[in-house]
Write a protein that binds this ligand. Sequence first.
Ligand SMILES: *Cc1c(COP(=O)(O)O)cnc(C)c1O
Length: 230
Amino acid sequence: MGIKTNLEEIEKKIGKICKEKGIERNAIQLIAVTKTIDAERIKEAIEAGVSVLGENKVQEILGKYDKIEEKVEWHMIGNLQRNKVKYIIDKVDMVHSLDSMELAREIDKRAALSGKTMDCLIQINIGQEVSKSGIDCDDAESFLNEAASLDNIRICGFMAIAPYIEDKEKVRPYFKKMHELFIRMKMKGHENQMLYLSMGMTHDFETAIEEGANMVRIGTGIFGERNYSK
Ligand SMILES: *Cc1c(COP(=O)(O)O)cnc(C)c1O
C-alpha cells in the first residue's frame, strides 16, 4: 500500500476514537516516524498531510534536514547523547527523550547559546524495562521540578514506550499508568508543563489514544516495514 493510503487508514482510526471520546481530531498530534526513510518518501508523506517528523538518530536528522524544504517540525524521539546536542539544537523543535539531568543541562546550555528555548518531554520508563531508557515513574516529579528550573528548557509533558505486547489489552495498563501520572502532575500544580502525553506506536496507538495519549508516533503504519540494511 502507498503512503497516502496508509495515512488515510490511520486518520480513519484516529478520527473514530476522537469521535468516541468526544474530542476534536486536532487534539491528537500525529508524528510520522521517518527513521530509515529517505527524503523522497518523506516528501510523499508531507504531500499527504504529515507535518511533524520524528527521528531517533542525530545522524539521520543531519542527513535529511536540508533535503526537506517543506515547513515541518522535527522531533527527536530517540536516545540523545549529550555530545550530539549541539548538532541538532537549531534543527529540532522538540526532544521527546529527556532522560537525565546531564542531558537537560546540556540542552539548556546549547539552547541558551542559540537564543532559543527547547521544548522537551520527559521520557518515563513505564515498563521498568532495563533495556529502555527513561526516568522511573516514582522519580518523575523530582526530575520535573529540577529540569523545569532550567531557563532554556520548556518541559511540555511525558513520553513513554510501552513494552511490546501483542495483546492490546495487556498494554493498556501501562498507558493508564502513564495517564494517571500525567494527571497527577497536572493536579500538583504542573498543568503548564503537562501539555503532551506522547505514547502509542503503529501496533498500539489506538489503545494509547483511548487511554489519554495526545501525541502518537507512527512509522511502520505509514511507511511500511523499515529496511535497516540500507
Ligand atoms: C521507531 C519508533 C517509533 C515508531 O515505531 P513503529 O512501530 O514503526 O510505528 C515510535 N517511537 C519511537 C521512540 C521509535 O523509535
